[in-house]
Design a protein around this ligand. Structure first.
Ligand code: HXC
Length: 262
């Protein structure tokens, strides 16, 4: 955690919560390869740290991230993009974390920035945040899951409109459409709300949290009957955890202050 990075800040705002803040202010947190390598490294370390039970991903008040670094990729050829599987690295770490993640979006979340926010388990934003998939304006299309995750979250027609026009939408709209779990009135309240939720998650038994995250994410991949069976098997597995005994004993004995073993 104390390791120094150039493009991100890693800290522990409250017990059990790891926070990664994107920190390339001069480029509105444009997602360069060095930034993404650091982000993946930090996320992996937080995920492996047993004292961390929830992860917050934030930007600045002005920009969560204004997209992939256009200056870095402008001269990329097809053969370089294809042979290096450009962008594939981006989502591998973050979408495979076991620890629940919350993205806190203020200001711009455009292109890869919007896609990064959508990779988190919970998306919070400010009401006046600016989301969008403006890639068509650059002659390309979303490349880090935007067309798939946005469509699953808000439906085909709205996604088509957003992706084909490159028009932005607000945090208020993101909340109304169900892309964001909540929109907050300003940056301070966003960060407080995100930290509070992360702290609530960190306070619950870690195995139950990881299992809950895993099964909800499976709902995006599996058929209903397969998903329900998957959920039931993971539910069964939690009867092998200490905290299932701790939690249910506490209820049966009317104990209020449960001491989780995590
Ligand atoms: C590189 C960027 C950048 C980006 C902003 N900057 N966005 N650099 N890549 N995506 C840099 C600017 O060049 C500028 O640097 C500085 O940040 C401040 O930006 P300004 O444009 O001067 O600020 P402003 O006028 O306030 O406009 C803000 C903005 C605009 C509306 C967000 O910067 C913008 O449109 N950015 C690009 C948004 C975008 O197209 N995103 C999608 C990228 S494609 P200097 O050095 O001039 O001060 C993408 C593909 C994803 O994400 C697919 C796979 C991941």
């Amino acid at each position: 955690l104390s390791q120094q990075y150039d493009n991100i800040i890693v800290e522990t705002p409250v017990d059990g919560v790891g926070q990664v803040t994107l920190n390339r202010p001069k480029a509105l947190n444009a997602l360069s390869t060095p930034l993404f390598k650091e982000l993946n490294d930090a996320l992996q370390k937080l995920d492996e740290d047993p004292s961390i039970r929830a992860i917050l991903i934030a930007g600045s008040e002005r920009a969560f991230a204004a997209g992939a670094d256009i200056k870095e990729m402008k001269d990329l050829t097809f053969s370089q993009a294809y042979s290096k599987n450009f962008i594939q690295l981006w989502s591998t770490t973050i979408t495979n974390l076991n620890t629940p993640t919350i993205a806190a979006v203020s200001g711009y979340a455009l292109g890869g920035g919007c896609e990064l926010a959508m990779m988190a388990d919970i998306l919070y934003c400010t009401a006046n945040a600016t989301f969008g998939q403006p890639e068509v304006k650059l002659g390309v299309i979303p490349g880090a899951g935007g067309s798939q995750r946005l469509t699953r979250a808000i439906g085909k027609s709205k996604s088509m409109e957003i992706i084909l026009t490159g028009k932005t939408f607000s945090g208020e709209e993101a909340e109304k459409w169900g892309l964001a779990a909540r929109a907050f009135p300003n940056f301070e309240e966003l960060m407080k709300g995100a930290t509070d939720t992360a702290s609530v998650i960190a306070g619950y038994p870690m195995l139950a949290m990881k299992a809950a995250k895993e099964v909800v994410n499976q709902s995006q991949e599996l058929s209903l009957s397969e998903g329900i069976k998957y959920e039931r098997r993971v539910f069964h597995a939690l009867f092998g955890s200490k905290d299932q005994k701790v939690g249910m004993e506490a209820f049966a004995n009317k104990v209020k202050d449960v001491k989780w073993t995590h």
